[in-house]
Write a protein that binds this ligand. Structure first.
Ligand SMILES: NC(=O)CC[C@H](N)C(=O)O
Length: 260
């Protein structure tokens, strides 16, 4: 069966692109590094891919606001291509800086390019948080977490601006629309506002959301950093057949994209 093709989008300051590339390859896809200028010049066509992956990092040095400049670039020069991509049933994944970009384009929470309805702002702690945390996978429309609902996953965060924040009416829409995909969880497995289990103070403990189709997903934590068992600090104590929690997310995406 043909491998789904993944466009791993790069630009100045992105630094999690190699990991994203590897995670999708490991999950059975064919990854390709694409610089945003290659899409702008039409040297590369977005339509040739089934998945668009926006990696983490510090695009354009987090200047103005994390993810802001890349978001403006995308909505200014690639708006139609992005809409066509989503409307044709394809997948988009934004991790950390990629999530910030998706929110600042308006593609999240619900495919409204140019209309920013939410933000990811400075962590309540006031500093960069880089460590392992735990997430609860919520029941949602998200195709990336099929079969994982209700489970707890171990994952790393690495961000300074990860606090999900928006108007209460937007939060309500996301909550009632089954668009909350991940929440920060405490040692008891329940969603929590308490630091350090919740690293940023996100409203409703939100760590990741999807659009109403479930095909655009953004999350602050980094699943691409846990696609090998040995990346987990306690890997020696884990059962032989443990599937790294991050890999499960990429496998779901690849499985879905195979059916296209
Ligand atoms: N790892 C990342 O993608 C970091 C995102 C962003 N630069 C922040 O600090 O919030």
């Amino acid at each position: 069966m043909k491998k789904p093709r993944v466009c791993v989008l790069r630009t100045d300051g992105i630094n999690c692109d190699e990991e994203m590339f590897y995670a999708f390859e490991k999950a059975g896809a064919e990854s390709q590094m694409v610089h945003v200028n290659q899409l702008r010049s039409k040297e590369v066509q977005l339509a040739d891919y089934q998945i668009l992956a926006l990696p983490g990092g510090f695009s354009y040095g987090d200047d103005v606001h994390s993810g802001k400049i890349l978001a403006v670039e995308l909505t200014s020069f690639l708006k139609e291509q992005l809409s066509e991509f989503v409307d044709s049933g394809k997948l988009m994944l934004g991790i950390c800086n990629g999530f910030q970009v998706l929110v600042r384009t308006g593609l999240l929470p619900d495919r409204n390019q140019g209309n920013i309805e939410a933000t990811l702002t400075v962590n309540d702690s006031g500093h960069f948080e880089c460590r392992w945390i735990r997430l609860l996978v919520e029941p949602s429309h998200c195709v990336f977490t099929r079969g994982m609902e209700g489970s707890l996953i171990d994952i790393q965060v690495a961000h300074g601006e990860g606090k999900f924040y928006s108007d209460p009416s937007v939060i309500e829409k996301i909550e009632h629309g089954g668009q909350v995909v991940f929440r920060y969880a405490g040692a008891d497995g329940k969603p929590t506002a308490l630091y350090p289990a919740n690293p940023n103070g996100s409203l409703n403990f939100i760590a990741g959301i999807c659009d109403s189709t479930g095909r655009i997903m953004g999350m602050m934590p980094h699943p691409e950093r846990y696609v090998e068992k040995t990346q987990h600090p306690n890997w020696r104590r884990m059962p032989e057949d443990t599937v790294p929690h991050g890999l499960a997310i990429f496998k779901n995406a690849v499985e879905y994209a195979r059916q296209m």
